[in-house]
Design a protein around this ligand. Sequence first.
Ligand code: DP6
Length: 406
Amino acid sequence: SLYQTTASAPVNIACIKYWGKRDTTLILPTNSSLSVTLSQDNLRSTTTSRSDSSFTKTRLWLNGVEEEIKPNGRLDRCLAELRKMRKENVEDKNPNAPKLNTWNLHIASYNNFPTAAGLASSASGFAALTASVAALYGLNSFPSSPSTSYSPPATASQLSLIARQGSGSACRSLFGGFVAWEMGNNPDGKDSLAVQVAPESHWPSLHALICVVNSGKKGTSSTAGMQNTVLTSSLLQHRIKDVVPSRMSAITQAILSKDFDSFAKITMQDSNQFHAVALDTFPPIFYMNDVSRAIIAIITELNRVSVEETGHLVAAYTFDAGPNAVIYTEAEHIKTIIQLLLNYFPIDFAAAPFHDSFALFEGGHPKAAPIPKGFNENVSRVWEKDSVKGLIHTKIGDGPRVLGEE
Ligand code: DP6
């Protein structure tokens, strides 16, 4: 007999960055973090899981290519946790339930965004896997489509404990909207879980513009990089103790009151400090390049002009473990920002990924507009042939969806 489910899960981009583990096996962080879940309409991982009493071993395919499952590796440990949950929550309670926990699995996962987009897929990937197998095992009730009345299932935080053991940031992709990963204190990690700070419906005008700077594979992996930071950076100790706790409460307040100025300032400061901590690692780690720094200068200048005119910030940049920028802004400013970036980076839209914003432009074709009055256009010049290779305009989105069950 065959059981099969398919689930999808979103990408999340942190405003308060997770960087550093206190336990590398259980994946327990040295600080709490907070992220925004991006819409699955543009970016998602989709995972189909099958369980059959006749499968002779558990197998995994990523984008159609079979991967080796290392015994006691991250995936193996996630599956062991899900099996345990199936046994305790379903099979021990109902003797008639099929013993799926003892059967092997076939798991196939796809990302709808090209690997060439240079976006991390481990967060959405492990979240989709967890949601898919959990649904197969009858452990959760994620909806099949987004809805405004939707609230996350009670099991989502419980499942975040499992996704966390696949990749730390994956635990935050179990929820839509604004999500905190509370670091916890217990050595067993049972209190290191994701909670929703506010649903996606809370602030729908918050949009994200991803600037794809480099599509290649990143130099230092997050896993290796952050471990070296823990071992060598004294700035990280200051960040963990003196900075992140107050930022977590301040950005939570900013989100709850939809205070874009505070949200943006904290987001930019935390990205800056994360990259300072990377630089403070020995040997140092550089994730941003000249194009990344050019984007920082452009957004900083745009904010300077805007504060002068209106008293308010309009955009916030943030960078993960690579040179791509994510710009958070409110919907009304998206067009201005795209037009401004096009003065600096001539993007080939025929080749580049781009979403949602075509309708903003005449003929559906984004074009640069003259640099606004009072804007110092010399804030940023990139002399290399390196450039922004594409833009992905997306919104805040919902948590995992269970798309099909048999
Ligand atoms: C810079 O979650 O990819 O994106 O737990 O080792 O799998 P592992 O690391 P990962 O690290 C993400 C780091 C970050 C910041 C963040 O997402 O909070």
